[in-house]
Design a protein around this ligand. Structure first.
Ligand SMILES: Cc1ncc(COP(=O)(O)O)c(C=O)c1O
Length: 355
């Protein structure tokens, strides 16, 4: 009988989210995965179509054009950028490269659901530090939880699923106290949606501290979740580790072409981001007016802290064709969609059970 080793047995089996709703024949709004409601821009689709004709060849693993453009955009060296099939793959590489059996990888909880899975998959030990009562990172508690075994710390800002960012000054003071042998990964999957000037700026922290890696993705603000393209900005020493464990040829020429075309269309993409930020402001103001407890979000989703009422509200949303992401006994994360989807959420929540 084939058996999984204990560290793999400890990983829960992944349950894919729903995409249809039984007993509802109105429009279904899938707001469970923090996807962008807008399809790829025509210029991005054209670039991808062009690259398809070269699919009989393996991609250029160095992604030279995309690397050059991002290096220019962020003012970093070309050897300080590495790509993966989504930033989740780059996160997995960082863990595999810098932590193994017996090592600890720390992150706030609740945060991105993939962290415990990736850490266990690498055979390392997850260390989860509870968020504060305001659903923010508790950096003093995270500092206190560092041990001789700590190898990697993830800081997710803005935090998925609760929404707040970590302040720049508090994160800078935190990293200054983390031992230099510990890698700090600033996961900025939602950074393009943040508009608070006091929020952490991973790139500035990368410039100041050699043990910082910043994670970015084309999935969210750039609207290319299905394409799988993400990257890390980190010093050469960290990049060397990433290269050792990278999945060869994971970033296709189609993905590279889409990335290049997206960077050329940043103004158009920014206009879409601005609409989503305005929608977030509208949704959160309306929810507060309806009497819900809203945690102000800096990402493309909003969080309702519902405790025991989570299941009832989730069932109510589903009955109205809204697929959100409930976390049992805690709350519901609802992605900000287009105005029609957001109106449907607001209308459904207006008469949802209040617990
Ligand atoms: C905090 C965070 N990091 C990383 C990712 C991974 O995104 P991707 O692998 O699509 O780049 C997500 C996706 O939901 C996320 O929420």
């Amino acid at each position: 009988m084939i058996e999984q080793p204990p560290h793999i047995q400890s990983i829960p089996v992944y349950k894919p989210g729903k995409s249809s709703v039984d007993g509802w024949d109105g429009p279904v709004h899938k707001l469970s995965s923090n996807e962008n409601p807008y399809p790829p821009l025509p210029s991005v689709i054209a670039a991808m179509a062009d690259a398809v004709s070269n699919m009989h060849r393996y991609p250029n693993m160095a992604a030279p054009e995309l690397t050059r453009l991002l290096a220019e955009r962020y003012g970093v060296a070309e050897n300080e950028i590495a790509f993966g099939g989504g930033s989740v793959e780059v996160a997995a590489q960082l863990i595999r490269a810098f932590a193994g059996a017996g090592d600890e990888v720390m992150y706030a909880w609740r945060s991105f659901e993939a962290y415990p899975i990736l850490v266990r998959g690498a055979g390392a030990t997850p260390v989860q530090v509870p968020l504060t009562s305001e659903l923010r990172h508790d950096l003093p508690a995270m500092l206190a939880a560092i041990t001789d075994k700590t190898r990697v710390i993830f800081v997710c800002t803005p935090n998925n699923p609760t929404g707040p960012t970590v302040g720049h000054d508090e994160l800078r003071a935190f990293i200054a106290q983390v031992p230099a042998r510990v890698l700090v990964v600033v996961d900025e999957a939602y950074v393009h949606f943040q508009n608070d000037p006091a929020a952490a700026r991973g790139i500035d922290l990368f410039r100041e501290f050699p043990n910082v890696a910043v994670l970015h993705t084309f999935s969210k603000a750039y609207g290319l979740a299905g394409l799988r393209l993400g990257y890390a900005i980190a010093r050469e020493k960290i990049q060397e580790g990433l290269r050792k464990v990278a999945m060869p040829f994971a970033v296709t020429d189609v993905a590279q072409a889409a990335g290049v075309a997206s960077l050329a269309a940043e103004d158009e993409l920014q206009a879409r981001i601005d609409v989503l930020i305005a929608e977030r402001t509208r949704v959160e103001a309306e929810l507060a007016a309806q009497g819900w407890h809203v945690t102000p979000s800096q990402a493309n989703f909003t969080w309702l802290q519902l405790g025991d009422n989570t299941e009832a509200v989730s069932a109510h949303l589903t009955s109205r064709g809204i697929i959100a992401r409930p976390f049992a006994g805690q709350g519901i994360r609802i992605t900000i969609g287009d105005a029609e989807a957001n109106d449907a959420v607001l209308a459904a929540l207006a008469d949802a059970p209040r617990g």
